[in-house]
Design a protein around this ligand. Structure first.
Ligand code: PA5
Length: 339
């Protein structure tokens, strides 16, 4: 059973380029409504849905003048007002935090767009005649990243928050399809390095901050392990002091540094120096460089690598990557308690 389920998640991970391409075709048919001149964008979602908003933020934050705020809570930021574009992203459409945020955004008169495969969110959006991007259902939410990410990106393009990323997306799709076998072998090696160790995943530039977070979520949910994430250079001003303690961490942690062509020379030097200064404070250190020309392709090269590492680590640990029993149980308990 574990075997069949592992293969299913592995197939889903391998299918990311095809999903991204299909997502583009789906998004092209969505009516995102009219409007422009938004002062800010807020994108609310949790877990496997919310990460799509954080990836968008990291892709665009230093490229577009409009602030894009990823949000992961019931209540929305004070800045969300009638001049704001608001995305509610929930794959199932039934996540209570996202539904509450959605209702609040309506009350604040934001330009609200729902991104979902169905559920209550789709019902509410339809009833209020709001723009609705419906993505194919039936997947674990985290395996629908391609659909959710592209639905958001296309909405931002259509409402003139950012330029078209069509060419970048097709570069990403082609590269992932061409490189996935090689990357999977590399992912197996990284997963072995992480086995029975606490993964410490470090991003070294703002493009990759959400990618590191995606690694954490995928390692948590697919491989069922804890994972720690931090970012350089901020890490060098606090965490560097704590590395290797308590004692068991020193022999039981493995570090993965995510690098990109936008990782500056000084940050690369910092990484080298940190590895030297903290030697003995971790059992193993691995460096992974993004691949590709465009920012989007580079970002997704390491998203896919992280997804692959998580399914490989699940296999090595003998766990089923698909079910997330504790998330389901928490949702059940919260629903049972009522509001
Ligand atoms: O991967 C998962 O199953 C979770 O992280 C969910 O994405 C999270 O609980 C939110 O649910 P949804 O994505 O349906 O809004």
């Amino acid at each position: 059973m574990v075997e069949a389920s592992s293969l299913k998640m592995r197939e889903l991970v391998f299918g990311l380029p095809e999903q991204l391409a299909e997502a583009r075709a789906i998004a092209d048919k969505v009516d995102y409504g009219r409007g422009g001149g938004f002062g800010r964008v807020v994108a609310a979602g949790m877990g496997g849905s919310g990460i799509s908003a954080y990836l968008i933020h990291c892709l665009l934050a230093d490229r577009v003048p409009t602030p894009i705020i990823p949000w992961h809570d019931y209540s929305i930021p004070a800045a969300a007002d009638r001049g704001s574009l608001f995305f509610a992203v929930s794959y199932s459409g039934n996540t209570e935090e996202t539904l509450t945020a959605f209702r609040q955004a309506l009350r604040r008169k934001c330009h609200v767009i729902a991104v979902t495969s169905g559920g209550r969110l789709a019902e509410l959006a339809e009833r209020a005649r709001l723009p609705l991007a419906v993505v194919p259902g039936g997947l674990p939410p985290r395996a629908a990243l391609g659909y959710l990410f592209v639905a958001l990106l296309a909405g931002l393009e259509r409402l003139r928050i950012c330029r078209s990323h069509r060419a970048d997306l097709s570069e990403a799709v082609k590269q992932m399809a061409a490189r996935r076998r090689v990357w999977f072998r590399r992912a197996g090696i990284v997963a072995s390095g992480l086995q029975e160790r606490l993964p410490l995943v470090y991003s070294t530039c703002r493009l990759l901050d959400a990618v590191a977070e995606r690694w954490r979520c995928q390692l948590n949910e697919n491989a069922k392990v804890m994972c720690h994430v931090n970012v350089f250079p901020e890490h060098n001003h606090n965490e560097v002091v704590g590395m290797g303690a308590p004692d068991f961490i020193a022999s039981r942690s493995a570090l993965v540094a995510l690098l990109d062509s936008s990782t500056g020379a000084r940050v690369r030097m910092r990484l080298k120096n940190v590895l030297g200064v903290t030697r003995g404070g971790y059992a193993k250190a691995m460096r992974l460089e993004s691949e590709g020309r465009s920012r989007l392709a580079r970002m997704f090269s390491l998203v896919m690598m992280g997804d692959m590492v998580s399914v490989e680590l699940a296999r090595l640990r003998g766990v089923d990557p698909v079910p997330v029993a504790r998330i389901a149980e928490l949702k059940r308990l919260m629903a049972e308690a009522g509001r």
